[in-house]
Design a protein around this ligand. Sequence first.
Ligand SMILES: Nc1ncnc2c1ncn2[C@@H]1O[C@H](COP(=O)(O)OP(=O)(O)OP(=O)(O)O)[C@@H](O)[C@H]1O
Ligand SMILES: [Mg+2]
Length: 351
Amino acid sequence: MNPTAHQILDHLATAIVIINDDWLISHANSAAENLLRISKSHIVKRQLSEIFTNAGILEDAVEIAKLRNASHIEHELQADTISAGTLYVNITFTPLGSSTLLEFQPIDMQLRINREANMRAQQQTNRELLRNLAHEIKNPLGGLRGAAQLLMTELDSTELRDYTRVIIEEADRLRSLMDRLLGPSRPPRFAPTNIHQVMERTRSLILAEFTAVKIKRDYDTSLPEIQADAEQLIQAILNISRNAAQAMQGEGSITFRTHIARRVAIAGRQVLLAIQIDIMDTGPGISPDIINDIFYPLVSHREGGSGLGLTIAQSGIHAHQGNIDVESQPGKTIFTILLPLSQASVASRLV
Ligand SMILES: Nc1ncnc2c1ncn2[C@@H]1O[C@H](COP(=O)(O)OP(=O)(O)OP(=O)(O)O)[C@@H](O)[C@H]1O
Ligand SMILES: [Mg+2]
């Protein structure tokens, strides 16, 4: 069976509204429903001015497109809507016989998508560079350690044996640092995962390590399961929560929050539905000197920190096609993880 034109429109990520000669809306697709935050049944058969309080600007643009009998684009329009407030959009107006097709491109979404895609590409390059470097450092370490071990068995003097012990211990420390830098040794194993089980497991690990820390939960228990590697997600959320607990000197309160996010930018594309996990703490906040670099390896402001916790967390989330971001000020730091819902989950959530 071939899909109908309306079915095709419904599967587009771009918001589409079709109006007829009398400014009456004859069709709106699912993306328009999301953008305007109003159900299709409330958009269709309404006047354009009943949805957009400044419909005059749109009507003028429709007239221009009709006059030229060609597509006309209005850039950086401010569209005031009754249901979704003010939207900043580029709109393409295309005349189609007695109707006109309006395509909406939200601008801030486009900017965020570009920024995110650039950042990810840059991080990918840096990560590759460091991985190669870690490999190069790791290779001779085995030889170095083996030689020191041999030397130890040959030496009679305890004092000299102590020196070889230092070589062995430092080689081991460097190797474990390089192993963390190289990331997980196995690819992720995806299985249906309940995100709240992941959160609860992380919570109990943190509470066992930091006995004076409290973790409040604010969960949306209606969230569907996702395809995920639970161990990797626990590792990511644990690293973030551990930083939070350390920043608060082992006491204070962390909040775990989960909910659905709509129309978000992840890895250079627009995702209709995602699971959002917020990890908030009331600590001193992230120093402005490093806030833009904290996901890079070896960036640390913590005594004894190796600066790899957040790099590992980010790699784990990226392996799930997700995104991780942070906002911080003294007294309030929020790490936000977005995990896209699979098409199957999206469908079941929308019905
Ligand atoms: N919630 C937070 N509040 C304040 N600062 C934070 C927070 N989370 C991270 N940071 C800062 O970001 C830095 C990087 O964190 P990251 O977890 O990558 O490395 P680390 O904690 O220093 O070392 P480790 O590899 O042991 O995790 C920390 O050193 C800290 O200065
Ligand atoms: Mg850390």
